[in-house]
Design a protein around this ligand. Structure first.
Ligand code: C2E
Ligand code: MG
Ligand code: MG
Ligand code: MG
Length: 283
């Protein structure tokens, strides 16, 4: 990253800065083209209730079928899209696409009760048009609100106090389920947690991954689960990869699970087949 000249500093020609600008512009155009030529795809990862053995919902995770690079994950473009505002266009696409798929699931007996969770970026969350976009996508798809979860990271929520609460209230009033993503990685003000109309906490994967070896992570995970349960929130453990991690969070009182132990994010077709097999096996 190039250092920009601040106030009172002399700004000279900086080739690195030029390069950065060109690349930002290039990525912007590339992302626009990707939208226009349908290069984006949603993958779905099941979230399972291990007490009932049902898939309760799927998290929609974006992928980019890049014409030359192949399948590109969100880690490589979401942050850049966030900076050049393309995230707003992408975000609208994600909403519409996710709702469309979810309503289709209701025609399949084994998928009838599967909801969908969508990630909202900070930019999207603070966008004036968010409410309108969500409402539009809902009416366009015909999907009932109770099937929809919006995931917002803890860091996004901690940005500006009362504006955030108002925005969350407006979304909650629509009847959507709101979840705090990556919980535990921001400055979780417990007082805020009480004020936020969120119904779900997602324990960040970073605590889960070392739960077997790191006592601090174990204690923190246990504390987050207890906190969520005491506040009557639903708690989801994300990034469960091993049977030991599963038993540990189950013993702590968390039964909603997402992670590679069950399944990786999958293309639409595979997801439907996976759920069918899983439910059949468990019946
Ligand atoms: P996230 O919302 O926390 O999503 C969970 C990430 O953890 C996903 O990575 C998922 O594939 C991964 N994961 C799930 N279970 C496991 C596991 O057991 N082990 C490991 N190692 N990883 C696991 P992914 O798909 O690469 O997405 C990364 C992040 O990109 C997401 O984190 C989310 O913040 C963002 N993202 C994804 N799709 C969208 C989108 O449509 N819009 C926006 N704004 N952000 C998105
Ligand atoms: Mg998420
Ligand atoms: Mg997460
Ligand atoms: Mg994450």
């Amino acid at each position: 990253k190039s250092k920009r000249g601040g106030r009172g500093t002399f700004r000279y020609y900086d080739p690195e800065f030029e390069l950065e600008l060109t690349q930002t512009k290039k990525l912007h155009d590339e992302l626009q083209l990707a939208i226009d030529s349908e290069q984006f795809e949603l993958f779905f990862q099941p979230i399972i209730d291990t007490q009932t053995n049902r898939v309760i919902k799927a998290e929609a995770l974006i992928r980019w079928n890049h014409p030359s690079k192949g399948l590109v994950g969100p880690g490589e473009f979401i942050e850049a899209a966030e900076k050049n505002s393309m995230i707003l266009t992408i975000g609208r696409w994600v909403l519409n696409e996710a709702f469309k798929q979810c309503i289709n699931w209701q025609n399949e007996p084994h998928m009838r009760e599967v909801g969908v969770a969508i990630n909202l970026s900070p930019h999207q969350f603070h966008d004036e048009e968010l409410l309108k976009n969500v409402t539009k996508a809902i009416s366009r798809s015909g999907l009932e609100e109770r099937y929809i979860t919006l995931e917002i990271t803890e860091t996004t929520l901690m940005e500006v106090g009362s504006v955030v609460v108002d925005r969350l209230n407006a979304l909650a009033e629509l009847g959507l389920d709101l979840a705090i993503d990556d919980f535990g990685t921001g400055y979780s003000s417990l007082a805020y947690l009480k004020r936020f109309p969120v119904s779900t906490l997602k324990v960040d994967r970073s605590f889960i991954s070392d739960i077997e070896t790191d006592d601090d992570d174990k204690v923190i995970t246990n504390a987050i689960i207890n906190l969520g349960n005491s506040l009557n929130k639903r708690v989801i453990a994300e990034g469960i990869e091993t049977a030991t991690q599963l038993t540990t969070v189950n013993e702590f009182g968390c039964h909603l699970i997402q992670g590679y132990l069950f399944a990786k994010p999958m293309p639409l077709k595979d997801f439907s087949i996976w759920v069918h097999k899983y439910h059949q096996h468990k019946d």
